[in-house]
Design a protein around this ligand. Structure first.
Ligand code: CO
Length: 134
């Protein structure tokens, strides 16, 4: 059902420092920061030949990644995103298998203007999973 790895998202306390590390130490292609107030994050995209890394820094008071950074003050892997062809079919299959879909179960428009859903990490080896319809 799942297809390509779309991105791995890292929550970071200092976006400029993390972007500079990926650009200068690791030699990657790094975008300018983009504020996404509707998602409560500022994001930098690291473009790799086969996938993307997203660096996420909290934006605003109710950022969805603030609790993660409170538990992981130096940052860490926040979620992985897999591509699916049909997000409603994927959701229904996952629910039928007993997986928990976060929120109200309806896809939201994610940071890439595509429909996304998040799956409970306790059902997936401790990893928050995002599925994105491409
Ligand atoms: Co994501």
């Amino acid at each position: 059902m799942i297809g390509r790895l779309n991105h791995v998202a890292l929550a970071v306390p200092d976006l400029d420092a993390a972007a500079a590390m990926y650009r200068d130490v690791l030699g990657a292609e790094v975008s300018a920061p983009q504020a996404l107030p509707a998602h409560g994050v500022t994001v930098v995209f690291v473009q790799l030949p086969n996938t993307k890394i997203e660096l996420l820094q909290p934006l605003g008071d109710a950022s969805p990644i603030a609790p993660f950074l409170a538990r992981n003050p130096s940052g860490g892997m926040h979620h992985v995103c897999y591509e699916v062809d049909d997000i409603l079919a994927a959701r229904d299959r996952l629910k039928a298998q007993g997986a928990r879909v976060l929120g109200d179960g309806e896809p939201r428009i994610g940071a890439h203007d595509k429909p996304v859903l998040f799956l409970h990490p306790k059902d997936f080896a401790g990893t928050l999973i995002e599925i994105e319809q491409v």
